[in-house]
Write a protein that binds this ligand. Structure first.
Ligand code: ADP
Ligand code: 5GP
Length: 231
């Protein structure tokens, strides 16, 4: 299939309460589909053990972040769990214009902003834990946040669950109970989004354009005999 006809990339937005497993799922998708690039956000949150500046996030101080907001550098940004997070316009534009598919690990406030700006390209997926109990257990086992930060994330999770019914914003919901099954769903959503009719419509239009004005190649004075016994 000609890639020139699909001139704009897909913006695959994955959100979830912290600890539900979106990072794990997103890493799997990128490992399988190397054409999918990750949108590296800016954040004022302190760097965690094992994270790398410029790979997981661009870690900046609050003053730098505010200046970027002031200069209009963000396509979306939000306050999440007491820290600021944002995606730059440059990241989104580069991806869309280059026809790259981009994965965004951002919260519902950011998802809403991206959907409003890029209605056609944005595909919104929400990942849920099977229960609040499991969510808490995963956060504690992950052991990347202080106990107060975990408490805060659990309280915020309830607000995030409510968003699902409030805005009707997300197109897809994945319950991350069994990781293999959950990943299969994300994979299927990605594949189906690539084949969605509003993206493929351009290919159909091009085929129609190519056939327009085309004359039949068989001369009407020649008869076409379809009876094999006469050959
Ligand atoms: P998030 O990015 O949503 O905050 P993570 O991907 O970091 O969540 O997952 C939180 C923790 O739960 C990690 O330690 C991860 O290994 C684990 N985890 C993710 N999915 C599952 C699953 N289906 N079953 C068990 N543990 C999981
Ligand atoms: P964490 O601190 O655990 O990496 O992320 C906390 C939350 O911030 C997650 O829900 C994550 O999806 C969200 N987040 C990360 N980057 C961005 C961003 O650029 N914009 C928005 N709106 N949320 C983000």
């Amino acid at each position: 299939m000609s890639n020139e006809l699909i001139d704009r990339g897909l913006l695959l937005v994955v959100s979830s309460p912290s600890g539900a497993g979106k990072t794990t799922l997103c890493h799997r998708l990128m490992a399988e589909f190397t054409e999918v690039m990750f949108s590296v956000s800016y954040t004022t949150r302190p760097i965690r053990r094992g994270e790398k500046d410029g790979i997981d996030y661009h870690f900046v101080d609050s003053k730098t972040f505010d200046e970027m907001v002031h200069k209009g550098e963000f396509a979306e940004w939000a306050n999440v769990h007491g820290n600021k997070y944002g995606t730059t316009v440059a990241t989104v534009r580069e991806a869309l214009e280059g026809g790259r598919h981009v994965l965004f690990d951002i919260d519902y406030q950011g998802a809403r902003q991206l959907k409003a700006r890029f209605e056609r390209e944005a595909v919104l997926v929400f990942v849920l834990p099977p229960s609040l109990e499991v969510l808490e257990e995963r956060l504690r086992k992950r052991a990347t946040d202080a106990p107060e930060a975990i408490e805060r994330r659990l309280i915020n999770a309830q607000e995030e669950f409510n968003v699902l019914k409030q805005y009707g914003l997300y197109q897809y919901l994945i319950v991350n109970d069994d990781l293999i099954r959950a990943y299969d769903k994300l994979r299927a959503i990605y594949m189906a989004s690539l084949a969605a009719i509003d993206r493929m419509g351009r290919i159909a239009e091009e085929l129609i354009r190519q056939t327009e004005g085309r004359q039949p190649t068989v001369n009407s004075s020649q008869s076409v005999d379809t009876d094999p016994s006469k050959r």
